[in-house]
Design a protein around this ligand. Structure first.
Ligand code: ASP
Length: 304
């Protein structure tokens, strides 16, 4: 069995951008699927899938990311290999076109797991990834949003998840033909975030977790709530103890997020056999998945 599941964020995605979200996750999935079916690794599939989403300005990752309170774009990302238990992560890094490639490099070419800010950019440069110009990441839609938000005094991060907004974190979980599960997540964070604010996405166990003996998870949503319940690892722990049932684990994880910290968000999950599941408590969540038992991919955005 090979399997791939992708998400493009859990928010109140407006009607006029539903199509762009569905097309984005479908295309990203097809790229990762090609990698897996031609014998590629889950690491490569997750990287290639997320690279596509980082380039698609529809999503809040790479190009199209939200702008922080002082007009900068700071990116967070992480990846974890569930067989080696190695991981790579960056936070608040600037001017990097593909943070997912950088975290894969850190995972495989560094003794560390997590690099932040200038150090992450320095590591990128040393390994042949040059910083890009800010204009390559900033799109007009986000500049306009930033200007609007500057006028609003009491805007809180959580508000963004209640209000309609087109930007979304991206993530992917893959099971390859060698039995390895890899999960990855990439984001520009939340609109008007305080400079240096780090959400759940780069935190191993919160935004991303993989254990090839149990499964893999990528989370999205209000990071300040996801961190407090260590959402990705919580879902993995539930699955370890519920007979490896991914759907039940995903639902329970979101239930914990809601009931304990009034959280908002969603998770994509693969169990160790590659059975996919999704759960969220926001109005919509863009996602797509395919397994070797399916003839085509399934794309969804509405609640199941
Ligand atoms: N979880 C991300 C953060 O809080 C945002 C998102 O998933 O849309 O940075």
């Amino acid at each position: 069995m090979i399997s791939l599941i992708v998400h493009g964020g859990a928010w109140d995605i407006p009607d006029d951008v539903v199509k762009a979200h569905c097309n984005g996750v479908r295309k990203a999935l097809s790229i990762g699927w090609k990698v897996l079916t031609s014998g590629g690794t889950a690491e490569e599939a997750v990287e290639r899938t997320i690279m596509y989403l980082e380039d698609d300005p529809t999503f809040d990752a790479g190009r199209g990311s939200f702008v922080n309170a002082i007009g900068e774009i700071e990116l967070d990302a992480s990846i974890m290999n569930g067989t080696s238990y190695r991981a790579g992560a960056v936070a608040a890094v600037q001017n990097i076109r593909h943070p997912i490639s950088l975290v894969r490099l850190i995972m495989n070419n560094s003794e560390h797991i997590f690099l932040a800010g200038d150090g992450a950019a320095r590591f990128a440069k040393e390994h042949g990834i040059n910083q890009c110009r800010s204009e390559e990441l900033l799109v007009g839609r986000e500049l306009e949003r930033w200007k609007e938000l500057q006028k609003k005094k009491g805007f809180l991060t959580k508000d963004a998840f209640h209000k309609k907004g087109p930007g979304d974190t991206v993530g992917a979980v893959a099971l390859d033909s060698y039995g390895t599960i890899v999960a990855g997540t990439s984001t520009g964070g939340t609109p008007k975030k305080y400079p240096g604010r780090v959400g759940d996405s780069p935190l191993i166990g919160c935004g991303t977790y993989a254990d090839s003996r149990i499964g893999g998870v990528s989370s999205t949503g209000w990071g300040e709530s996801i961190i407090r319940v260590v959402l990705a690892k919580t879902v993995i722990d539930i699955m370890e103890n519920n007979g490896n049932l991914p759907h039940e684990a995903a639902l329970k994880g979101i239930d914990i997020l809601h009931s304990k910290v009034d959280g908002l968000g969603g998770v994509i999950v693969l169990n160790k056999d590659g059975v996919p599941a999704v759960a969220f408590n926001t109005p919509r969540m863009a996602r797509a998945y395919r397994t070797s038992e399916m003839n085509e991919c399934l794309v969804g955005i509405e609640p199941v």
